[in-house]
Design a binder for this molecule. Sequence first.
Ligand code: FMN
Ligand code: 173
Length: 351
Amino acid sequence: MRTIAEFEAAARERLDPAHYDYFAGGAQDEITLRENETAFQRLRLLPRVLRGGDKRDLSLTLLGAPSSMPILVAPTAFHRLAHPDGELATARAAARAGTIMIVSMAATTAIEDIAAAAPDLGLWFQLYLQPDLEFTEAIVRRAENAGVRAFVVTVDSPVLGRRERDDRNAFHDLPPGLAVENLRDIGENRSGGTASHVRDIVMSALNWDHIAWLRSKTKLPVLIKGVLHAEDARLAVHHGVAGIVVSNHGGRQLDTVAATIDVLPEIAAAVGGAVPVLLDGGIRRGTDVVKALALGADAVGVGRPVVWGLAAGGREGVTQVLELLREDFDQALALCGGRRPADLTPDQVRR
Ligand SMILES: Cc1cc2nc3c(=O)[nH]c(=O)nc-3n(C[C@H](O)[C@H](O)[C@H](O)COP(=O)(O)O)c2cc1C
Ligand SMILES: O=C(O)C(=O)c1ccccc1
């Protein structure tokens, strides 16, 4: 398979249609879901020429963590719905690719087991803060003890978006045998596992004080994921976050919000290099990665493409997806006259 679209088609054939819809779907009319991709397609590149050199180097260091390429695994829930090996397969593939995996708090495999399966993997942990801060702290300690290197707090989900495909399919529960393992066995009445718990895990009270609270509870870097407004990016830097993920949750939260690539320039300007800026949403081609880096991202995350690889072929499928994106990016970088990710500049992108 040569493209992410082919992996998606293969995944669709293998998955229960309701599960495919859960992974593929977005909020309401899915305008933002589509816009994330079409916004990349609207942008035109201006390559530089006569800049060749011996070798390209795609590697970088993000908050002290090395990555072989500026393409990270974005946090997505429920990998064991996509393949029986679930997050273990994803983690092994990410480790083999030498990239960073951001594990979802709503993973169907415990963070300890993921870390043990891929000891060399750079693991970050995505958090939905809980109203019960003691419970949240217990999860933070679990993740730290498992060896995660950063926390990524998702801030675009005071409530869960309205996904009409899930309503239509009445997909509200994980099948028997699957559970949200990171929410098991801690806190009162939190046995984990069902979608009713899952919906409860987002917190509408989340505010900047919670970010300060989390920073006081861990020495690890704290990033926030789901920033679209430049003023929030400024506030994030002011509040001492270690990094910002420009994200609209893959079009799954508020429909008709802007495509991430369209707001990246203003956010990069607001941050002014103070902290790393990541972007996710709609990355399907090497040229998408080039455009995001040129417009100010230090790295990008991929959500659905990883799920399609997992569903299509387990660990090997995820490896193929990550390598496909790596090669595609490497070639696009070369054709733009770049040898390293940092060579790309905003003047190389036109609307
Ligand atoms: C099936 C699915 C589950 C997701 N689960 C989470 C999650 O648990 N936590 C989170 O912060 N983001 C979650 N996201 C959002 C992703 O981290 C990411 O923002 C988005 O998928 C990027 O868009 P892309 O799928 O076009 O690459 C999920 C996305 C999908 C598609
Ligand atoms: O489906 C999602 O996008 C998501 O973020 C989520 C939130 C809570 C539980 C499971 C997934």
